[in-house]
Write a new protein. Structure first.
Length: 368
């Protein structure tokens, strides 16, 4: 969720900014409540068959998922919904909205499940977990990323494409000044060009402060694309031509499913540095954020089989990026990406559920 701004006092702004960033990177989805019908890592051992019949619980209605406003959240919700509907026999639905209101809805019990809590950027979630009104069921996928990137061929070359290394010694922000001519700004040849995040997003302010602290503003102009699509287009166009490109990006997005990028090293993140980063006096890397699965505590008591499933649910950054790329390349809805994922990564998701549940999901996939 790009757009971090500082410490806890600025995190609520970052949450909303980040939701817009991730929504932009993968397309749009239906804004109406939605049901799900329509391998890497070590997921652990296969759960034993449940003692209770699938779908048996004290619930009065459907399981309500929080549809945060970005595609990876839609996708993971639809994967979980498909399994719960076809494997366990539950009815599910989803409610679209922004991060903070939906988190409050989960605290009240109006919303039951969220598969993508960007925990470190969501103080209400952390407070609710501490108070016991929301249960943190563990990691969905590993740390998100954001920072300064170049195509890997810029550093290593690409023999298959006949591309020689252009900046073989480029590793950290300290090396960037000597490569300004490589990334030359066509509108100001005396400096290099950095493709920044979008004007108005919080990460643009952070990057401006970083450039001041690193002294990069003496060597590079920050070019502000008009949209996330424009930023992605600049990178893909350069990549297809094998040309140098230097800019900001975040993940997971479909870009990381398509392109091989290398992150430029920065001083390591620290709370002390981040507290003062907007002052432009010191700078450090963006923090990586764990993406967690959360459920309403009262709901958890009524549906222990759902909780057990969600505790086992775990994917990877690369898998999420691959699903977003599938959506992008095929103009697919999250429901379609969920079915693609379940067919593509059967060895993984079957570790999340008892075999009798897995068999029912396979049957549903066979007719999908």
């Amino acid at each position: 969720m790009p757009g971090l701004t500082g410490h806890r006092r600025l995190l609520s702004i970052a949450i909303l900014i980040g939701a817009l960033v991730l929504a932009a990177c993968g397309g749009s989805s239906d804004s109406e409540p939605t049901t799900a019908s329509g391998n890497t890592g070590d997921p652990g051992s296969t759960p034993a068959p449940s003692d209770t019949a699938p779908g048996s619980s004290d619930l009065d209605g459907p399981i309500v998922f929080a549809d945060f406003g970005w595609d990876s959240a839609y996708f993971h919700n639809r994967v979980a919904q498909f399994i719960l509907e076809h494997g366990y026999g539950y009815e599910t639905t989803s409610v679209p909205g922004e991060t903070v209101p939906l988190t409050q809805g989960m605290i009240r019990g109006d919303v039951h499940v969220a598969t993508e809590f960007w925990a470190d950027q969501n103080p209400p979630f952390l407070e609710a977990v501490e108070e016991g009104t929301i249960l943190d069921l563990g990691t969905n996928y590993g740390e998100s990323v954001q920072g300064f990137y170049v195509p890997t061929y810029v550093i290593e070359g690409d023999p298959e494409r006949g591309i020689e290394p252009m900046a073989p010694d480029l590793k950290s922000v300290e090396d960037l000044p000597k490569y300004k001519d490589l990334f030359q700004d066509p509108e100001d040849p005396s400096k290099g060009r950095f493709y920044d995040c979008i004007a108005g997003w919080e990460c643009e302010q952070v990057n401006a402060a970083k450039f001041a602290a690193y002294g990069l503003d003496e060597h590079y102009n920050r070019f502000l694309p008009g949209s996330a699509t424009a930023l992605a287009s600049s990178l893909v166009a350069a990549y297809e031509k094998g040309e140098p490109w230097f800019g900001y990006y975040w993940g997971p997005t479909w870009i990381f499913g398509l392109l091989d990028l290398t992150k430029i090293e920065e001083p390591p993140y620290s709370d002390e540095c981040w507290e003062h980063i907007l002052e432009g006096k010191e700078a450090c890397a963006y923090p990586d954020v764990q993406v967690r699965i959360g459920v309403n505590a009262e709901f958890a008591e009524k549906a222990p089989d759902v909780v057990e499933f969600l505790e086992n649910y775990e994917t990877t950054f690369d898998q999420t990026s691959a699903a977003l790329l599938y959506m992008h390349d095929n103009e697919a809805e999250p429901e379609e990406a969920a079915i693609w994922f379940l067919k593509e990564y059967e060895e993984q998701w079957t570790q999340w559920v008892p075999e009798d549940v897995a068999a029912k999901v396979r049957d549903a996939l066979a007719s999908s």
